[in-house]
Design a binder for this molecule. Structure first.
Ligand SMILES: [Zn+2]
Length: 419
C-alpha cells in the first residue's frame, strides 16, 4: 500500500500543535503551491485562474478563481476545522501549590480528558505583541504533564475515574523551588521576541508524541488532532492538486468548531460569507445567485465502527477505516446532507473511482454535529456532510487509516473539479 499521503498527513499534524499553527502550516503550503496571501483590509481585484488565500485568526479561506463568472458557475467549497479538544491557558496561569508550579488551564471542547493523563505535553499557540502583530510560539521538548493519581491513593478508581477539570486537570511543569523563567518568558524567548512586548496569548496544551504508523501492516495513523486536521489536510491537497475549473474552488478551514463555531473566525461568523461576497461581485443579485449555484462539502471526521463496542453503531451503518469517505446523514439535520447534496457527492466519488460508506447514529443515541448545518443555516448553501472514518475521536491520541487519505483527496478533487 502507498503510505506517502498518510506520511504527509503525519507531518501536517506534527506541524500543527495548535489551531494557530495549523492555519500557519496551511498558509505555508498554499504559498509553496503558488497561492498568494491577501489581507482582508485590501481591495481584492481577482481574475480567472488567480490562486489566493486570506487568514482570520486561526481560520483560512483559499480560493482558485474559475474561468466563468462566479454568479454563473458558482463555488465548489470544501470546509473543515483547525481546532481540536484541548486545554486553553488562562490569563493568570502561574499556579503554585503543594511545592509544584502548575499552568492554569481551562478545558476547550468536549475532550476525552482521561486520555491526557501521563502524556508528554507542551504549550503552543500564538502571542499577541505590542503594535497588533502576532507570533507563533511553542515550548520545545515535553515540559508539561498531567500525572495520574496512584491507585494506592484512591482505590475507587476501579469503579470509574472521575476527573474534576478545575481541581484535577491542571498540568504540572516544575518544582516551586526551581528558578526557571516564567512560561511567557520561555515562550517569548523561543519565538525570538521580548516578553515585555507580549500583550496577549492564545495558548493550548498539545501532545508532543509524533504521529506514528500503527496497525499490523503499518497502514493506520496514530496521532493527536486527526479530527479535523485530517480533513484540513485532504482538502488542502485536493485544492493544491486540482486543475482550474469553470467554477471557483474554495477551501475554508475554520477555528472554534469544537466550541460551537460562534466567533468571528468560526463557521457561524461572517468569514466565509465575506469572502464569497467579494468573489460574487457587486451586482445586486450576484451573491444570491452565487449561493444558489454553489455546493459545500462539510468535511469532518466520522466514527469508524469500534472493534469491541460495535453495538454503539447502527447495525446497517458501520463504516470501516480504510473503506473510504463516509457520507453522514441525520433525520434531525445534525448533518446537512440531503438527497441532492448526498447524491451529488456520491456521483463525484463514482467519477473518481472512490467507494462511499454511510453513517447514521443509532435512534437511541444523540448525534454529533459539524460546521455543515451551521454554514448551511447561515448562508443557504447546498451542503453535504462527509468525513474519513476514525476511532477514538476526541482522544489525545486518535486512530485513522492512511488508506483513506488518497481516497479523501480524490473525492475532494472530484468535487472541486466537477465538469
Ligand atoms: Zn470535528
Amino acid at each position: 500500500m502507498d503510505l506517502t499521503l498518510g506520511d504527509d498527513l503525519r507531518a501536517f499534524v506534527d506541524a500543527s500543535p495548535s489551531p494557530s499553527h495549523a492555519a500557519a502550516e496551511i498558509a505555508r503550503r498554499l504559498v509553496a503551491g503558488g497561492f498568494r496571501e491577501l489581507a482582508e483590509t485590501d481591495v481584492w481585484d481577482l481574475s480567472p485562474g488567480d490562486a489566493v488565500f486570506t487568514v482570520r485568526g486561526a481560520s483560512v479561506v483559499a480560493v482558485r478563481v474559475g474561468s466563468e463568472p462566479v454568479p454563473e458557475a458558482g463555488l465548489r467549497i470544501i470546509g473543515a476545522h483547525t481546532d481540536s479538544p484541548t486545554f486553553k491557558v488562562r490569563p493568570r496561569f502561574d499556579v503554585r501549590q503543594a511545592g509544584y508550579r502548575l499552568v492554569g488551564v481551562e478545558p476547550y471542547g468536549g475532550g476525552l480528558w482521561h486520555t491526557w493523563l501521563d502524556r508528554e505535553l507542551t504549550v503552543a499557540g500564538r502571542l499577541a505583541l505590542r503594535g497588533g502583530t502576532t507570533v507563533l510560539a511553542k515550548l520545545p521538548g515535553a515540559p508539561l504533564r498531567l500525572p495520574s493519581l496512584a491507585i494506592h491513593l484512591d482505590r475507587s478508581v476501579r469503579e470509574g475515574l472521575t476527573l474534576d477539570p478545575q481541581r484535577h486537570l491542571q498540568p504540572v511543569w516544575g518544582s516551586d523551588l526551581g528558578t526557571e523563567p516564567g512560561l511567557l518568558q520561555a515562550l517569548a524567548a523561543e519565538a525570538g521576541v521580548s516578553a515585555a512586548d507580549v500583550v496577549g496569548h492564545d495558548l493550548v496544551l498539545a501532545d508532543t508524541q509524533p504521529a506514528a504508523r500503527a496497525g499490523a501492516d503499518g497502514s493506520w495513523i496514530a496521532a493527536p488532532r486527526l479530527d479535523d486536521l485530517a480533513c484540513c489536510h485532504s482538502g488542502l491537497l485536493a485544492l493544491l492538486g486540482a486543475d482550474g475549473a469553470r467554477h471557483t474552488q474554495v477551501l475554508v478551514c475554520n477555528d472554534h468548531e469544537e466550541v460551537g463555531s460562534g466567533s468571528a473566525s468560526g463557521a457561524r461568523g461572517s468569514f466565509l460569507e465575506d469572502v464569497i461576497s467579494r468573489l460574487a461581485g457587486s451586482e445586486p443579485q450576484a451573491f444570491a445567485r452565487t449561493i444558489a449555484a454553489s455546493t459545500l462539502v462539510s468535511a469532518d471526521m466520522a466514527h469508524a465502527v469500534h472493534p469491541t463496542r460495535y453495538d454503539r453503531h447502527e447495525p446497517a451503518h458501520q463504516p470501516l477505516m480504510g473503506g473510504g469517505p463516509v457520507l453522514k446523514l441525520n433525520a434531525n439535520q445534525a448533518y446537512a446532507t440531503d438527497a441532492v447534496s448526498g447524491g451529488w457527492f456520491t456521483e463525484r466519488c463514482e467519477a473518481a473511482g472512490v467507494p462511499v460508506q454511510h453513517f447514521v447514529t443509532r435512534a437511541d443515541l444523540p448525534c454529533g454535529s459539524t460546521i455543515g448545518p451551521l454554514t448551511a443555516t447561515r448562508l443557504g448553501l447546498s451542503t453535504v456532510d462527509v468525513g474519513a472514518p476514525q476511532l477514538a475521536m476526541h482522544s489525545a491520541r486518535e486512530l485513522a487509516s492512511a488508506a483513506d487519505v488518497p481516497l479523501m483527496v480524490s473525492a475532494f478533487a472530484s468535487c472541486l473539479q466537477e465538469r
